[in-house]
Design a protein around this ligand. Structure first.
Ligand code: DLL
Length: 449
């Protein structure tokens, strides 16, 4: 493993970095250990769920003597947060909670998270760090199209852009026509949105006769849903921008757990001065120091917070599938590979595992096909086999005949690269539902067991 020299890696032009961005790996790990020891003791003392879980597992905060000892501690899951609804996981009295966010909770209860004033300051600092890594600079105008409200995207990105010293335009998601008007009138330098919503905006511009490559936008910081290198290419070319990734989840903080550097565009750096990541076997998780997978190995990403006050989180299972890679632009902070998908979003089709991002990757290499697609799963009457239909829009100028050929190519490529047989249905441009934020790709119409 080669780590770039500090001089070459940290050549970020005019940006002034946080000290923690430039420290050595050794210094960072020493910081992690002391913060981790504090966090497990703090969680054990203040949150009954952690005391119960640690006691049941026969571990005590004093067992954490080196970083790898973290593997002995039990995992925390979304289900734990649901059972402790609404405030059972909070480690401080309610009057010290400065803000609450929550997940939408499509199944069952919402997951509620809280922040102290210090947590909000740390969060803003890390989002600012992520935006700066992605090319955004103080004084720039930032169009924030992440949804405002209980979702952490809007307010999280907003506070980070303000902390960086930007002029924030808090437009939120939706009302695409209005967004386009304001992009033209206010001339922002950067846009913050989900990748599929940026695609919606670009698409709507083209419909209005506006060239998306002609706007003032130079940078996009995109996250909250999986996206591929092919989608990056699509957006960068269509909009004449540099597009970088930002990652996060509400249970761990919100956006800004990790951010990508514009000079390398090689995956998001996890801000390891605030979060300790681990990779575990997603489908066979075990507790123990030996059950943690090594860097480079694929599995489920697990996080432990190192500085959070209101909601310390120990070994939270994200369900996000990825791997850890050595730091590059920020050498001490490991990167995460692109998220291939979530373990609970994986389609198992006749024994073959499949993620929407695989379809995105393949489809975008076929020039006649657009990035607008849906996956429909059915089980036809009287049959035991599941059926996958990929419904995808052809690009504007493409004829029906050439889209029929493209459909065959897509079907063959999916068979070759994924191993699944499917039906491909190429539909008219504009006929599939557009994203307003996190896009739903999978429509599972199979009868419930
Ligand atoms: O989506 C936080 C966020 C907002 C991140 C804005 C980035 C930008 P949740 O709603 O709790 O929080 O959803 C978290 O979204 O576990 C991943 O499955 C997915 N996700 C977030 N960022 C990325 C990304 C926000 N860059 C869940 N790439 C996570 C892939 C992402 N998936």
């Amino acid at each position: 493993m080669t780590t770039p020299t500090a001089e070459s890696a940290l050549a970020t032009g005019d940006a002034v970095l946080d000290r923690e961005e430039t420290i050595s790996r050794d210094e960072l790990e020493a910081l992690q250990l002391s913060r981790l020891q504090h966090t497990v003791a703090y969680a054990y003392d203040r949150v009954p769920l952690y005391k119960r879980k640690f006691d049941e597992a026969g571990v005590h905060p004093t067992d954490l003597r080196e970083l790898s000892d973290l593997g002995k501690f039990p995992f925390t899951t979304k289900e734990d947060l649901r059972l402790e609804y609404p405030f059972g996981m909070f480690a401080v009295p309610q009057k010290e909670i400065a803000r609450i966010h929550a997940s939408s909770g499509t199944t069952g209860r919402a997951t509620v998270v809280g922040y102290t004033k210090q947590d909000l300051a740390d969060w803003a600092k890390l989002v600012a760090r992520s935006l700066r890594a992605s090319g955004v600079r103080p004084g720039m105008k930032v169009h924030n199209a992440y949804g405002y409200g209980l979702f952490t995207g809007g307010l999280g990105a907003h506070a980070g852009a303000e902390a960086l010293g930007c002029t924030v335009i808090p437009i939120s998601g939706g009302q695409t026509e209005r967004q386009i008007q304001l992009i033209q009138d206010f001339e922002p330098d950067a846009i913050l949105a989900t990748p599929t919503y940026l695609l919606t905006i670009a698409d709507a511009m083209i419909k209005q006769g506006i060239d998306p490559a002609s706007t003032s936008l130079k940078y996009a910081v995109l996250g909250a849903e999986p996206w591929t290198e092919e989608m990056r290419h699509e957006l960068e070319v269509t909009m004449n921008i540099k597009a970088c990734d930002i990652y996060g989840l509400s249970e761990v903080m919100g956006p800004g757990v990790a951010g990508e550097a514009v000079e390398t565009q090689d995956g998001s750096h996890i801000w390891e001065d605030h979060f300790r990541p681990e990779i575990i076997d997603a489908f066979n998780p075990a507790v123990g120091v030996d059950s943690v997978l090594g860097d480079g190995e694929h599995g489920e990403l697990v996080f432990t917070s190192l500085t959070k006050e209101a909601l310390p989180i120990i070994r939270y299972r994200t369900k996000d599938l990825t791997r850890l890679l050595p730091g590059t632009a920020r050498p001490a902070h490991r990167r995460m590979g692109r998220i291939t998908g979530r373990s609970d979003d994986m389609i198992i089709l006749r024994g073959v595992n499949l993620f929407p991002s695989q379809i995105e990757e393949i489809a975008l290499r076929i020039p006649e096909l657009s990035p607008h697609f849906q996956l429909e799963l059915t089980r036809p009457e009287g049959q035991r086999m599941d059926q996958l239909t990929v419904r995808i829009e052809r690009r504007d100028a493409v004829s029906i005949e050439s889209s029929a050929t493209a459909a065959k190519v897509l079907q063959q490529q999916i068979k070759i690269h994924v191993g699944s047989s499917c039906t491909v249905d190429v539909v008219d441009p504009g006929s599939l539902e557009r994203s307003n934020g996190k896009l739903r790709r999978i429509y599972d119409l199979r009868p419930k067991a």
